[in-house]
Ligand binder design. Structure first.
Ligand code: C2E
Ligand code: MG
Ligand code: MG
Length: 683
């Protein structure tokens, strides 16, 4: 079987076919050619022999006829027979004279073709004429055929030898040619297979087959071109597999690879290194408010800036969305902190995207090998925990520590505690007045929730609102606050104190379909007109789902409730987007007001927000008025209302009443008329 398949392979191979072809051609062609050539040679020998013999015979006949002397005739014939060519000569005269010389055959018969009669003698009979042209005798001559036959057989042998030499030369040439042709083809085949098998590194060898055959050279060049293209595509694919397409940074896979490698090296040399996870703060807002294309560009610009600040040996990778990782080789805590310091400096400058300057902040979590974990997944987990810790604390970075994991557990515990606190009424409302600068009046107070925690004391909203938002408790908390606020509003109205109460909403509240119905129920229950309720929403909340938010806000406004855009400027809403928002009041974020005298830009923002809101017919509240200097400046800028520690800090209801009693500001006028007009509320 193996022998047969080898033969089949040989027959199907290029060399096999070529040699086989040459053999086949010669098997059919050579015998034919041989016969033809030999025939030609024989024919030429015979005709030469016959012609020579015949002209010889006629010459002799002329010579013999020229004399009547029998002795001379005999001498002529004798001379002829003495030459080796003539076997015999016989002269028969008309008058009976006869001379016979040589080996005479039994019968004299003229030969008309060579080698007839099998006697090896070519017989010619010619008449003899005397000088008067009378036939006087008959001359029979026998020419020896054997020398010609010998010549012919020698020629045949030469032809066979020549043919054999030619055939061998032809076969050898075919073998040589087939092999010299097949060798580069085989090399090309091996290389093609090599290339087809692919694999990085296998494509590195240049294809350069040396051959004088144009087609093979061209094929080799084509293959080389294919190899280069494949190499290019393979490296492109490899780049894509290991890099993020947006920022062109290494991706999670490459990071994992590098961390694993680093672990091996660090393990062997007893060194340490750190893995940082960096998450941009409020990035979702950028996407929601400015669009994904701006978000994408921001990521690109950010990635470039950070990459430039790191050393080549460090790996800066994008893990997902706005989450990045930095792998610092050979780093101890101090060096890591230096890198973070660098990042903090580069975050101070705004990022310019689409002609907009975006201020970006980030939270970084640090895990150190082998101190915190000794595997890739362990390091990633620790850095992640530390990053979330930093985010919650509002810090730029946190170094991982075991307690952080307990803190996470604590957050879960906190949700349960908060649920109980809502049940037991442990949440209380503080109220902070909003002062209208036109008339120095306090018409409105903002309800700010506090948690009277049995162990931790008074907790501010930033410590538990995020927990409530995450654990689905936020709707319950908002109704709790609305209930308390409207109850308080009713009680104050009972006492003749007509203050509008502002309540803060969370993003999730806008998704709650029963929000409006519940507000109506509470207004009815506490017999408070919608004019005395204000709802504060943040711009990021509105921008998360602008269509839905606009719909809900319009409904709220239709009910007669004022909507305030809280913390304006802290997100990424452009001033022009303000036009389409159905809000009647804009509250400038306190970060701008607080920093008015520290930065000219902040001051300019405050001024522009006030001017623009006014030109859009909206009222402006400035929060964070902490001192007289800010107050004076804000009044100068024509803010309609101010809120801040300088006027009054948030206070429990009874303490606020004391403050209201003592303050020089005028307190909201009693709108009895309004109630009378409605006719349904008793005052
Ligand atoms: P906000 O609505 O912007 O409230 C203003 C925050 O600024 C309050 O912090 C207030 O105490 C503080 N503040 C007032 N005047 C000044 C000042 O002059 N300087 C400085 N530095 N801060 C001042 P608070 O009470 O800790 O509330 C923080 C945030 O928590 C609020 O920001 C609001 O977004 C949220 N929040 C408060 N109560 C509730 C609530 O009942 N429900 C919801 N969903 N969120 C609430
Ligand atoms: Mg507010
Ligand atoms: Mg605010």
């Amino acid at each position: 079987m193996a022998g047969k398949s080898r033969l089949t392979r040989l027959l199907n191979s290029y060399s096999g076919r070529m040699i086989g072809g040459v053999l086949l051609l010669h098997v059919f062609l050579l015998p034919f050619l041989l016969t033809k050539v030999i025939n030609l040679i024989e024919h030429s020998y015979i005709s030469q022999f016959v012609n020579n013999s015949r002209s010889d015979a006629y010459l002799l006949s002329d010579l013999v006829g020229s004399t009547s002397d029998q002795e001379r005739v005999r001498s002529y014939l004798n001379e002829a027979v003495l030459t080796s060519r003539v076997e015999f000569a016989s002269y028969k005269g008309r008058v009976g004279e006869s001379i016979s010389l040589g080996r005479l055959p039994e019968r004299l018969v003229e030969d008309f073709s060579f080698a007839s009669h099998g006697d090896k003698v070519y017989q010619i009979i010619v008449p003899v004429f005397d000088p008067q042209a009378r036939e006087v005798a008959e001359l029979a001559l026998g020419y020896d055929e054997r020398p010609v036959e010998l010549d012919m057989s020698q020629s045949r042998r030469s032809v066979y030898t020549m043919m054999a030499v030619y055939f061998t030369a032809m076969l050898m040439f075919a073998i040589f040619f087939a092999r010299s042709l097949a060798r580069p083809i085989n090399q090309l085949q091996t290389l093609t297979r090599y290339i087809a098998e692919g694999g990085y590194g296998k494509l590195d060898e240049t294809v350069g087959i040396k051959s004088s055959i144009t087609e093979i050279r061209d094929l080799s060049l084509d293959l080389e071109r294919t190899r280069r293209q494949l190499l290019e595509q393979t490296s492109k694919l490899e780049f894509q597999a290991y890099h993020d397409s947006l920022t062109r940074l290494p991706n999670r896979l490459l990071l994992e690879d590098r961390v694993e490698q680093m672990i091996r090296v660090a393990d062997r040399h007893g060194k340490s290194f750190s893995l940082l996870i960096l998450d941009l703060d409020k990035f979702k807002e950028v996407n929601d408010t400015l669009g994904h294309h701006v978000g994408d560009q921001l990521l690109g610009v950010f990635a470039n800036r950070v990459r430039r600040s790191l050393r080549n040996m460090d790996t800066f990778a994008r893990l997902s969305g706005d989450e990045f990782a930095i792998l610092l080789s050979e780093n101890d805590r101090k060096k890591t902190e230096k890198v973070i310091e660098k990042i903090s400096v580069l975050l101070e400058r705004p990022f310019t995207v689409d002609d907009q300057n975006l201020q970006v902040s980030a939270s970084i979590g640090v895990a150190i090998f082998p101190e915190h974990a000794n595997s890739y997944s362990g390091l990633l987990k620790c850095a992640d925990i530390a990053m979330y810790h930093a985010k919650r604390q509002g810090k730029l970075y946190s170094m991982y520590s075991e307690e952080m994991e307990h803190l996470d557990v604590e957050k879960i515990g906190m949700a349960n505690e908060l649920r109980n606190a809502l049940k037991h009424g442990d949440l209380v409302l503080y109220y902070q007045p909003k002062l209208s600068l036109n008339g120095n009046r306090v018409d409105c107070v903002e309800a700010l929730v506090r948690w009277k925690h049995p162990r931790k004391g008074i907790l501010v909203p930033d410590e538990f609102i995020p927990v409530a938002e995450k654990s689905q408790l936020i709707n319950e908390l908002t109704y709790y606050v609305l209930d308390q606020a409207l109850r308080q509003c009713h009680q104050w109205q009972q006492k003749g104190l007509f203050l509008t109460i502002a309540v803060n909403l969370s993003a999730r509240n806008l998704l709650d379909e029963s929000l409006l119905r519940n507000i109506r129920i509470l207004l009815d229950q506490y017999q408070v007109l919608p004019d005395y309720l204000e709802l504060e929403v943040t711009e990021s909340m509105v921008m998360r789902d602008p269509a839905l938010a606009q719909k809900v806000l319009r409904e709220i406004i239709k009910m007669g409730i004022n909507v305030v855009m809280d913390d304006f400027g802290s997100g990424y809403t452009s001033l022009t987007q303000l036009v389409s928002l159905p809000v009647s009041v804009v509250k400038i974020d306190k970060s701008f007001v607080l920093n008015m005298f520290k930065s000219r830009e902040h001051r300019a923002i405050v001024k522009s927000v006030i001017d623009l809101s006014h030109s859009l017919g909206k009222l402006v509240v400035s929060e964070g008025v902490e001192n007289q200097k800010i107050m004076a400046e804000i009044s100068e800028m024509k803010s309609d209302q101010v809120q801040g520690f300088h006027i009054c800090s948030p206070l429990p209801a009874d303490q606020l009443e004391d403050w209201l009693n003592k303050t020089d500001y005028r307190i909201g006028e009693m709108p009895i008329e309004k109630y009378r007009e409605q006719g349904q509320y008793s005052v």
